[in-house]
Ligand binder design. Structure first.
Ligand code: ATP
Ligand code: MG
Length: 465
């Protein structure tokens, strides 16, 4: 059974908290002062401490900063009034959450049940502790390179809490998979995980999409609409591309994070939000603040638990494992197993992967389709385009030749030129069947059309000159 310690000098409030916490399957001890709290902590290590900040013999913050005393203990702060400074400081010092007096018992109930570690999390943590990432993956995340193991440790530490997580990293590094893994390992895993791309919703609809709206609150609002916050109730809301959210809405989001409450558009009544928030961006957060895309106070609040995804080029030792994982998946889906040759694997390991894991996954899918037999050779994998050396640049160069099945790109060509050559050659090879071409190239049909439009525009420009 989990054990809780309640530290509160108000005798009545401590007694009612005690009754509630005991009902949530915890054994409970109570302390009315810091001194008594320290004594209780030395008698029996609690799993959770509910800590009031204002105590007769000092501030609860002093106890919170005593890392040794609180090792393996989760602290939930109880404050008289919500202030950004104390709450951020408390979360920085390691509190998992905070409650504002008078304490909302349902909110406390949610926190307590979340703090009881789910069995799956315990198993994954035990794996990590023994230095083993089971079969090369951690939940849906594949890879065992040290930077990934660090990410797994961060996920394990935060998943069982309700703390907001902020994931940064280049496009394609796996930010959404991390968000999903945090959800899967939390007590919320049976509740919804909703992913919202803030950049994909028009700025004038985004508030009602996120917070919902009342009937008649604006032209076209014909009926009440539940926003993502209500639909994700009890679960996790993943706000992707948070820097694309309009600033006014960032203010509202900050308020939800501070108070746990929000309002539908057109309503004056606030709603309780039992939602774990995860946000992500592929921009540099500080630059986004400087560029006016991200409010500094929101960044400060999100940064309580940052997870930075390493680019794939910084974990090249994982490329073969990831490639094999994607190959197994597509082989299973298509019902025809294929294997990489050694030169193919070597080639994968020497590419720089500007598009990160997404590029690798697309490359494997494309190579699978292109390889005729059951072996996948290097020729179907991303070309190595080393930076040109000055000597090569200066010297004469034999004219490269492309034939029906290969594209030769000269050293010194840009990625855009290489891409254009490949797209056009593939298009010709597949007799302009655009869906097939998009699938072979591992890009969306929309991207293919966009590129072709760009090429046509470039040609029109050149013709016009
Ligand atoms: N470690 C991993 N193991 C397995 N699959 C992964 C891993 N990382 C990424 N992927 C896969 O790569 C693709 C891109 O990942 P994801 O969408 O999470 O990236 P992202 O960082 O959110 O990118 P963006 O910034 O463009 O939104 C997905 O298909 C995902 O399943
Ligand atoms: Mg994403």
């Amino acid at each position: 059974m989990n054990h809780a310690l309640i530290v509160d000098d108000d005798v009545d409030s401590a007694a009612s908290l005690k009754e509630f916490v005991a009902g949530a399957q915890y054994t409970v001890a109570v302390a009315h002062s810091l001194r008594e709290a320290r004594r209780q902590l030395s008698l029996q290590r609690p799993d959770v401490v509910l800590l009031d900040l204002m105590l007769p013999d000092g501030s609860g913050m002093d106890l919170l900063s005593d890392a040794e005393l609180l090792a393996n203990t989760e602290v939930v702060l109880i404050t008289g009034h919500a202030s950004l400074d104390t709450s951020v400081q408390a979360l920085r010092l390691g509190a998992v959450d905070y409650l504002v007096k008078p304490v909302s018992l349902p909110h406390l109930g949610n926190i307590l049940s979340r703090l009881m570690k789910p069995a799956q999390l315990n198993a994954e943590m035990a794996d990590l502790a023994s230095g083993l990432v089971r079969q090369g993956h951690f939940g849906r995340l594949w890879g065992q390179a040290p930077p990934m193991v660090k990410v797994y440790e961060q996920i394990s530490r935060v998943a069982g809490t309700s703390v907001t997580v902020f994931i940064t990293g280049e496009s394609g590094t796996g930010k959404e998979v991390v968000a999903q893994t945090v959800h899967d390992l939390s007590r919320r895993r049976k509740q919804p995980f909703l992913a919202v791309n803030c950049g994909a919703i028009s700025p004038n609809l985004i508030e009602s999409e996120i917070f919902g709206h009342e009937k008649g609150s604006f032209t076209g609002a014909e009926r009440q609409h539940l926003g993502f916050f209500e639909r994700a109730n009890g679960g996790t809301l993943f706000l992707d591309e948070i820097t694309e959210m309009p600033q006014e809405l960032q203010v509202k989001l900050l308020r939800v994070l501070e108070t746990g409450r929000f309002m539908r558009v057109g309503s004056t009544q606030s709603q309780e939000a039992d939602v774990r928030l995860i946000a992500a961006t592929n921009r540099q957060p500080e630059q986004a603040v400087a560029a006016g895309k991200l409010r500094e106070d929101l960044l400060y609040r999100l940064n309580v638990f940052p997870i930075e995804m390493p680019p794939l080029r910084e974990r090249l030792s994982d490329v073969a494992l990831l490639a094999q994982h994607f190959l197994d998946a597509i082989s299973k889906q298509e019902g025809q197993p294929k294997r990489f040759t050694q030169p193919a694997l070597d080639r994968l390991g020497s590419h720089h992967w500007p598009g990160n894991v997404r590029e690798l996954r697309n490359a494997v899918q494309r190579a699978y389709v292109m390889a005729a037999g059951d072996m996948i050779d290097g020729q179907w994998l991303p070309g190595l385009l080393p930076t040109p050396s000055p000597v090569e640049e200066a010297g004469p160069r034999p004219a490269p030749k492309s034939n029906a099945r290969t594209v030769v790109v000269p050293i010194g060509a840009s990625m855009a030129e290489a891409e254009r050559a490949l797209i056009l050659a593939t298009l010709q090879h597949y007799k302009h069947q655009k869906e097939r071409v998009a699938s072979v190239l591992g890009i969306s049909l929309k991207t293919l059309y966009n590129r072709l439009r760009e090429y046509a525009a470039d040609e029109a420009d050149t013709d016009g000159r």
